[in-house]
Ligand binder design. Structure first.
Ligand SMILES: [Fe+2]
Ligand SMILES: [Fe+2]
Length: 536
């Protein structure tokens, strides 16, 4: 079968069997390396893994032998995996699975990947490759899969069975040594009961996208990382920028470049009416309005404005902290960010002061975003944007934050990111207000973004003019653009971009030791990526 045929079959069925994936000459050294790893792991209880009567699992199997490391790019399997997941493919997990004779797996059917934010039937987040090292007989605990189940949307009830083999429609991976089989992270599957007299031996290599966190707490050792000599191998080990370009596939930058003035004056499109949650003159500390209204409004438009999100006292304190951060950042060129005359971005703004870290959980903003993203909410990046007057933006500045950066997901049906902006100065009509195209977050992913000469000319655009202390946030897939600051005041906005805890943080935005020490609540720890990505 050609790669195209294999791909089509896999996408149709949710699984694929590759006979003779490992040639006999390859199988012997792989088996030997796995056996040696097993012996080392049995002798050293500090080595990570699962040690149960019904399952033994050596974690991080690639660490044990170069042969097992090279299997990550096996020439018969990896090209297909890359084809399926795309150029941003990354390793999520790798282990050696040993199922002892007698292992019983009652009600074992499950999805590996069940994240509610994702439109599963049209997304592909994980490809799991199983290499069979010893023949698996019919009663030898073979993996069972339910064909087509990867297209199941989120549902509370899936059929299960006391004996996994009894589920109608199940297909059994009872295969000879050297075979490989692949499933998606959304394929409903179970281990079988091992009623044979022998161990089942599998190597499992799980691939995802480089914007995803690795399974549990695995990080490649320094020794393994040093062996990653090609760009692809480095990407596979999670050593590259999670949201930057993938190997051999440069994508446009997320933040459009600001051009120097070129004399052309953007037309003044009339601002469309804003949808606003807050009310002018709301008392300090008033709770935002009912969350269901918020959810409905946001679901429709993809954005929301909260006027007076910060009280005047909060605004003054935040502004002071932001000013101090700016002074420090300007004085120290080693601090990360963008430094061009028309646009300054201080990256990792939560690092600069506890009040700027606390703002990520502001009581008038955070609960709404948490409702939209779900309880697995986390921080992806955080920054301070300073836009002096005088820059000129190209019409190509219109974009969505997730389409090119968070691949594998059908964004029209998923909610991967919500970006919150807090204005520290009034932003008027010509002050470079963020421009939004309402409702575009639910457009099919291949919908082209209309081309305009300057951002303000986009038909239907809403200009998010606002007073200092306003917060607004938008869906990562909504089509938006920075505006051109033609006013006299510098635009000052704090940015907090939220995603899910199983997504990696933006490079360079990881928490400092100080922030970790100050993260005393479970939610703060989760926001900073300090909790397990895939377990509760
Ligand atoms: Fe599983
Ligand atoms: Fe953006």
């Amino acid at each position: 079968m050609s790669i195209e045929e294999q791909r089509a079959r896999f996408l149709e069925d949710g699984y694929l069997i590759v006979p003779n994936a490992l040639a006999p000459g390859e199988l012997a050294p792989i088996r030997e390396a796995a056996r040696a790893a097993e012996a080392r792991w049995r002798a050293d209880l500090s080595l990570p893994g699962v040690r149960r009567h019904d399952l033994e699992q050596v974690l991080g199997i690639m660490e044990h032998d170069p042969v097992l490391f090279d299997l990550i790019e096996h020439p018969r399997i990896f090209p297909l995996v890359r084809e399926l997941l795309g150029p941003d493919v990354m390793m999520l997990d790798h282990d050696y699975f040993m199922t002892p004779p007698g292992a019983e797996i009652p009600h074992g059917w499950h999805f590996d990947f069940n994240m509610p934010a994702v439109d599963h039937p049209r997304s592909l987040l994980m490809v799991k490759v199983f290499y069979v090292l010893e023949d698996i007989p019919e009663d030898g605990g073979a993996t069972l899969v339910l064909p087509g189940s990867h297209r199941t949307p989120l549902e509370p009830e899936m059929p299960n069975a006391e004996a996994p083999e009894d589920l109608p429609g199940a297909v059994r991976m009872a295969l000879p040594a050297g075979s490989a089989y692949l499933i998606t992270g959304r394929t409903y599957h179970s281990a079988g009961n091992n009623r044979s007299d022998r161990y089942r031996h599998l190597l499992i290599y799980t691939y995802g996208h480089k914007w995803m966190r690795m399974w549990d707490e695995y990080r490649p050792s320094a020794a393994l990382a040093a062996q990653a000599r090609t760009p692809m191998r480095q990407q596979l080990l999670g050593l590259t920028d999670p949201y930057g370009p993938a190997v051999d596939d440069p994508v446009p930058p997320l933040f459009p470049t600001v051009e120097t003035p070129r004399g052309a004056s953007p037309s003044e499109a009339p601002a469309a009416p804003q949808r606003s949650l807050g009310t002018n003159g709301a008392a300090a500390g008033d709770a935002p309005r009912g969350v269901s209204t918020v959810g409905r409004t946001f679901a429709e438009t993809g954005y929301l404005v909260i006027e007076n999100a910060l009280t005047s006292e909060e605004l003054a304190a935040v502004r002071q902290a932001a000013d101090e951060a700016e002074a420090r950042w300007r004085a120290d060129l080693s601090l990360p960010g963008t430094r061009i005359p028309e646009f300054l971005e201080i990256e990792g703004i939560m690092r600069y002061a506890p009040i700027l870290a606390d703002l990520a959980e502001h009581p008038r903003i955070f609960p709404l975003i948490r409702e939209i993203l779900g309880p697995d909410i986390s921080i992806i990046d955080h920054a301070y944007y300073i836009t002096p007057p005088g820059g000129m933006l190209d019409g190509d500045a219109w974009h969505t934050d997730v389409r090119t950066r968070v691949r594998g997901v059908w964004h029209a049906g998923s909610t991967m990111m919500v970006r919150a902006m807090i204005a520290l100065e009034d932003i008027g009509e010509d002050g470079g207000a963020t421009l939004i195209l309402p409702g575009t977050h639910r457009q099919p992913d291949d919908t082209p973004i209309p081309r305009v000469a300057v951002p303000e000319e986009m038909p239907g655009a809403v200009r998010l003019t606002c007073r200092a202390g306003t917060a607004y946030f938008f869906h990562g897939n909504v089509v938006h653009s920075p505006g051109t600051n033609q006013g006299t005041a510098t635009r000052r906005v704090l940015l907090y971009n939220y995603g899910h805890k199983w997504m990696r943080m933006w490079k360079g935005h990881e928490p400092t030791e100080e922030m970790i020490a100050q993260a005393t609540t479970p939610m703060r720890r989760q926001l900073l990526g300090l909790t397990p990505p895939y377990r509760d």
